[in-house]
Design a protein around this ligand. Sequence first.
Ligand code: HEC
Ligand SMILES: [Ca+2]
Length: 143
Amino acid sequence: MRWSAIGLTIFALCGMALAENPFVSLIPNAETVVANDPAVANACQVCHTSTSGGALNAFGTQVQAKMVGTTLSWREISQLDADQDGYTNGAELGDPSGTWTVGQQNPGLASAITHPAKANSKPSSIRDQVSPTTWAVIKDMFR
Ligand code: HEC
Ligand SMILES: [Ca+2]
């Protein structure tokens, strides 16, 4: 009984945390950017210049332009290059082809995820953008 009450409380708190970040779930790997970039304190900074919202960065501005109500065409956003570093937003966030949809697991290789609004944050090579499972699929094709 006690444990189920604790479980329910944790469940409710997790639900609240997710519910207050509606924008964060519109793109893949927002939390991965936070994990990979020491200068990024929370997921809001993937689109905003501050940790609490407000002004949008270059990526956030592209997101804003592609919002229709509360939904976003990730496929369209993925093909743009907000920071003009030569890597599309999709390539930086682990989904170059833009096939990810809201609610799916994060695509790509976590360690290769970079910030779509920072020109000095970009994948170091095309190899880094391909996940180990994709390499296995490619190898299989030549067996
Ligand atoms: C995927 C990009 C993205 C992320 C991540 C994001 N936002 Fe936003 N946010 C936007 C956009 C785009 C707008 C402007 C929406 C509009 O113009 O209707 C916005 C608007 C806002 C606003 C103004 C609200 C309003 O109705 O004018 C606040 C406050 C805000 N965001 C806070 C946050 C906070 C806090 C976080 C982190 C928990 C966050 N945002 C994460 C893209 C994002
Ligand atoms: Ca880029």
